[in-house]
Ligand binder design. Structure first.
Ligand code: SAH
Length: 225
């Protein structure tokens, strides 16, 4: 891929991306570092070519295998919440992501974390994510084909955990893998009634905030090729 393709042309141009960022800002995303990361990550590379012209609309798009690439506003809101006080506002330590999909959220997150550990249950999606991250020369990411319900025990505890598929209740195992002061951001609830929840660990307690209604694919048990 040459520089021109990576930078994007026409419907994927800088102006198109600026419009998306402006819209996210109007909708309440305030962290300028997050907004500039959204502007810089070429979302059109993460979707099928046929959808590339829609990559900078603020909407979820199909990824194949019944999965979707998250809406940019939701990616930004989740990243902003992970970085919110009392975390130091700029850098996360070890961060766990569950539901790699095509790797778009992973690419956004990698800019703010020392290292991202990301788990996906569908192997063919994980392979695409790996290629996408390689194309963008993002190196501080480790990918794993596994069932994310159990987290990534050998790498725990994590400073941040971000889940991009929705269980009906917050999995205890993920809460246990948070370090003190660390934060889990996760969509929770049955289809049609999910809300984005943030849980910050304070010793053996958790501070819960309900952020906004969302619509994610369900967190499913087991793996597929
Ligand atoms: N973060 C992605 C969104 C992917 S959609 C992006 O930015 O595009 C959610 C993903 O979660 C799907 O790829 C789905 O296969 C995955 N998923 C669902 N249940 C899972 C589980 N138990 N463990 C790991 N991944 C899971």
């Amino acid at each position: 891929m040459n520089r021109r393709e990576r930078a994007g042309i026409g419907m994927t141009s800088a102006r198109t991306r600026d419009r998306l960022v402006e819209r996210l800002r109007q909708n309440g995303i305030a962290n300028e570092d997050v907004l500039s990361r959204i502007r810089d990550v070429p979302r059109h590379l993460f979707v099928d070519e046929a959808l590339a012209s829609r990559a900078y609309e603020d909407s979820a798009l199909p990824l194949g295998r019944g999965q979707t690439i998250s809406q940019p506003y939701v990616v930004a809101a989740m990243t902003e919440e992970l970085l919110r006080d009392p975390l130091d506002g700029r850098t996360l330590g070890k961060t766990l992501e569950i539901g790699t999909g095509c790797g778009y959220q992973t690419a956004v997150l990698a800019r703010f974390a020392r290292h991202v550990f990301s788990i996906e249950r569908i192997q063919s999606l994980l392979k695409r994510a790996q290629q996408n991250l390689r194309t963008l020369e993002i190196k501080n990411v480790s990918l794993r084909h596994a069932d994310g319900w159990r987290g990534w025990r050998s790498q725990a505890p994590f400073h941040g955990i971000l889940v991009t598929a929705a269980p009906e209740i917050v999995p205890d195992e993920l809460l246990e893998q948070l370090e003190d002061g660390g934060r889990l951001v996760i969509p929770v609830g049955p289809p049609g009634r999910q809300s984005l929840v943030s849980m910050t660990r304070r010793g053996s307690d958790f501070e819960r905030r309900d952020l906004l209604p969302v619509s994610f694919v369900p967190l499913v048990e087991g793996t597929e090729t």
